[in-house]
Design a protein around this ligand. Structure first.
Ligand code: ZN
Length: 204
């Protein structure tokens, strides 16, 4: 939406305030077909500009209807608002899809014991590869046993990683959770191949 450009007849040299002044000083009401701003009179040449209409005068002897400028700003704001809403909706859809995919992949591992998704961190709470929040897009997601687990000669205590990585207290663990489109946390998809393999052995 572009406001109509209204031709005006004004003084040969526009008053300096029209160049530099704030918008409200450059606006005047049409009285008897004339807008007076910054001490200069501008005759409205364009058609259908009603008496009493507020006009923003530009030094090159044209003007805009303030009502149209306001409508244009409102339309731009509404469009930006709509854009943000669309982006947020798309983000929620992606987050819900990520949750569904993660849950399906984890369900395929057939867990029959209590567990959490976990990544290893160093003492600072940072991921070894560093992302600042302790998580990293490429962090390997392990299975942390929330109860003792055994299969064959393999024994895991509560709090151990199912794959055995990190035995010997060489690292700390952080829960690997993401949030779905409603902000609800869920366990990240297990990506550690060794954890996956043990989980599948336990499941059969
Ligand atoms: Zn693992």
């Amino acid at each position: 939406m572009i406001p109509r450009r209204i031709p005006l007849a004004g003084p040969g040299i526009a008053p300096p305030a029209l160049f530099y002044g704030p918008a409200d000083k450059r606006r005047g009401f049409v009285v008897d077909g004339v807008v007076t701003v910054c001490g200069a009179a501008y005759r409205v040449l364009g058609p259908d500009v009603p008496e009493g209409e507020l006009v923003e005068v530009h030094p090159q002897s044209f003007g805009f209807l303030v009502s149209e400028l306001v409508a244009m700003e409102a339309a731009a704001t509404a469009a930006a608002e709509q854009h943000r809403a669309n982006e947020e909706a798309a983000r929620r859809v992606r987050a819900d899809r990520d949750r569904a995919e993660s849950e399906a992949a984890n369900a395929a591992l057939g867990f029959a014991f209590a567990w959490q998704a976990a990544i290893r961190t160093v003492a600072s709470g940072m991921s070894p590869r560093g992302a600042g929040n302790g998580l990293h897009a490429r962090s390997v997601v392990h299975v942390r046993c929330d109860e003792p687990v055994s299969v064959g000669r393999l024994r895991r205590s509560q709090g151990d990683l199912l794959c055995g990585a990190g035995d010997g207290a060489m690292g700390y663990l952080a829960e690997a959770v993401s949030r779905d489109g409603s902000g609800e946390p869920y366990r990240d998809r297990v990506t550690c191949r060794a954890c996956q393999a043990v989980a599948l052995r336990l499941a059969t």
